[in-house]
Design a protein around this ligand. Structure first.
Ligand code: CU
Length: 155
């Protein structure tokens, strides 16, 4: 009985070690930490939390000029961050005909994008933004309709 128990513990330990090894392997070669690089000097920094189903910047407006967006995916699914300059209301962007995604070209005066990235990661990018109204949103199919958008101002 005791022997069987020891064997079982060893087996579990083996499985755990294998899982750890696989996890290490999966991350190998791409060990970017969640910490993004510091914004370029003179840029205003905006931290934007992406989650199911919300887009939450830490400020609702910034001065015109260089703006570094740090997008943090706190959700369980991959997300992206589209920064779109438009006079349309945040909840009234023009949809593609199938209704799943925002028609970026039709909705935008200008746009920038941090491409889709996985849960638990952060990505940052710096854009030169002029005064106006913006919408920050995720344009993975269905996510905008589920609430992944917010209005944003550049003053
Ligand atoms: Cu999304």
């Amino acid at each position: 009985m005791a022997f069987k128990r020891v064997l079982r513990v060893q087996l579990l330990l083996g499985v755990a070690l294998l899982a750890a090894a696989l996890a290490a392997f999966a991350c190998g070669g791409d060990d970017e930490e969640v910490q993004p690089t510091a914004p370029p000097s003179g840029a205003t920094s905006v931290r934007v939390v992406l989650d199911e189903w919300s887009v939450t910047p830490n400020v609702s407006s910034v001065p015109a000029g260089r703006v570094t967006f740090e997008a943090v995916n706190e959700g369980a699914a991959p997300h992206e961050l589209v920064v779109l300059k438009t006079d349309l209301p945040a909840d009234g962007l023009i949809m593609q005909t199938d209704g799943g995604k925002v028609d970026e070209e039709a909705s935008a005066e200008m746009m920038w994008e941090i491409e889709e990235f996985p849960a638990g990661r952060a990505e940052s990018a710096t854009y030169e933004l002029s005064r106006g109204k913006y919408v920050l949103f995720c344009n993975i199919s269905g996510h905008y309709k589920l609430g992944m958008f917010v209005g944003f101002q550049v003053q």
